[in-house]
Ligand binder design. Structure first.
Ligand SMILES: *Cc1c(COP(=O)(O)O)cnc(C)c1O
Length: 409
């Protein structure tokens, strides 16, 4: 394998997203022991920053060793006991994964299914809750398989009625969309590092409310996973700081650097940037004469699903994007395979350069397949959006400063 061939590859798929030299640099720092007092300070800083990004004051806020799915499994394994009723809104692959994990850990899942591309059916969830009396209500905030943003606040009401915990997957929203753990009343929230946080894959940040911590104390059986048992993991990340497993030191360096960058840019500025670049991409896609898969009011900013036009070969377009333009996008997952492309604008890839380059490359690939449009129509529509939106320039200047580590002003 010639590694140089991959240099400069633009990762506009469903994650991982590109990682800045600042974060890669942090990963190459000399190792410290996992109980070294200097590493313990780094752990404190990570927990502090994670609370800021999750917008919570939860004590139990830690990066699980493992990817986003490990964060998901930590939330399931610790809070689901044999026979527990769990209500899950399923409108894509990740809702299904949650349901699978709940059954594996002995829970009894009730699924409320919606069409892929639609949000979860709120009325259906309430009706199902009346029957199944859930201990946990679970939804995916950003369904990466479909590109749907799910409002989570309505489910808090259901939880209040049935004294359930609210569990939310924010793997593709944290750092790209507002995630307000405390004000939305989320009890269990997990995410991943390689999506809107633009860090390599390898850690699954989670946060647990005081109410959920109480549930943990009331468990009648041991958590079935030794590795993910939060009582044990928290003996390391909590005040005791005793050994449980060896923390992935370099990944934690990377996470801290990334979180510092998120705070330097500013949460609001970062969300605004994700929104604007999404809007520009949509303008460009429509300018090309293509359609977005999800209705405008339910679209994610971080993951854009584009309907593949009639007569265009999905796999050929994606492989040409990769080989000729050094650019990755995702194909459809599950029932959307062959029907949509998934274009991620996550973290540092949410910028005008990526959007314009992608639209140019996509048009070239479409043209090769006989697809007709006004030459440059996609790029033109996106450029017109940016030119009409002065905040874009400011947002990108702010991003560049963050990426280079220069102070503002
Ligand atoms: C990517 C993703 C996951 C799983 O994360 P991994 O890092 O691949 O384990 C879970 N939920 C959602 C919504 C995701 O997008």
């Amino acid at each position: 394998m010639d590694v140089h061939k991959c240099e400069g590859r633009l990762l506009l798929g469903p994650g991982p997203s590109n990682v800045s030299p600042r974060v890669l640099g942090a990963m190459s720092r000399p190792l410290l022991g996992h109980l070294d007092p200097d590493f313990l300070k780094i752990m404190n800083e990570i927990q502090d920053r994670l609370r800021q990004v999750f917008q919570t004051s939860n004590g139990l806020t830690i990066p699980i060793s493992g990817t986003g799915s490990a964060g998901m499994e930590a939330c399931v394994a610790n809070f689901v006991e044999e026979g527990d009723s769990v209500l899950i809104g399923v409108n894509g692959v990740f809702g299904q994964r949650l349901a699978d994990m709940v059954s594996r850990h002995g829970g009894s899942p009730t699924l409320v299914e919606s069409a892929w591309g639609d949000p979860v059916d709120e009325k259906g969830m309430l009706e199902a809750a009346q029957k199944c009396k859930p201990r946990i209500v679970a939804v995916v905030h950003a369904e990466t398989s479909t590109g749907v943003l799910q409002p989570v606040e309505p489910f808090r009401e259901i939880c209040d009625r049935f004294d359930s915990l609210l569990l939310v997957d924010t793997v593709t929203s944290l750092g790209g969309h507002p995630v307000e753990v405390d004000s939305w009343g989320i009890d269990l929230c997990y995410s991943g590092t390689q999506k809107c946080l633009s860090c390599p894959p390898g850690l699954g940040p989670i946060t647990v409310s005081a109410k959920a911590e109480q549930r943990l104390k009331e468990r009648t059986s041991k958590c079935k996973s030794w590795y993910l048992d939060l009582n044990l993991v928290n003996s390391y990340w909590g005040s005791d700081r005793t050994y449980h497993h060896t923390a992935p030191i370099s990944m934690n360096y990377a996470l801290l650097e990334t979180l510092n960058m998120v705070m330097e840019e500013g949460l609001q500025q970062r969300w605004d940037r994700h929104r604007r670049n999404h809007q520009a991409l949509v303008a460009g896609i429509e300018g090309l004469g293509l359609r977005m898969y999800v209705a405008p009011e339910h679209r994610l900013w971080s993951l854009n699903t584009v309907t593949i036009p009639e007569g265009v070969e999905d796999a050929q377009v994606r492989s040409q994007l990769l080989s000729e333009h050094n650019l990755e996008i995702g194909g459809g997952l599950g029932e959307l395979a062959g029907k949509v492309w998934r274009v991620g604008l996550m973290g540092e890839n949410s910028r005008s350069q990526s959007v314009l380059h992608f639209l140019f490359a996509l048009e070239k690939c479409l043209k090769k397949q006989g697809f007709q449009c006004q030459p440059g129509a996609g790029v033109q529509a996106a450029a017109a959006f940016y030119i009409g939106d002065p905040a874009t320039h400011e947002g990108e200047a702010n991003l560049s400063r963050t990426l280079s580590g220069l102070p503002a002003g």
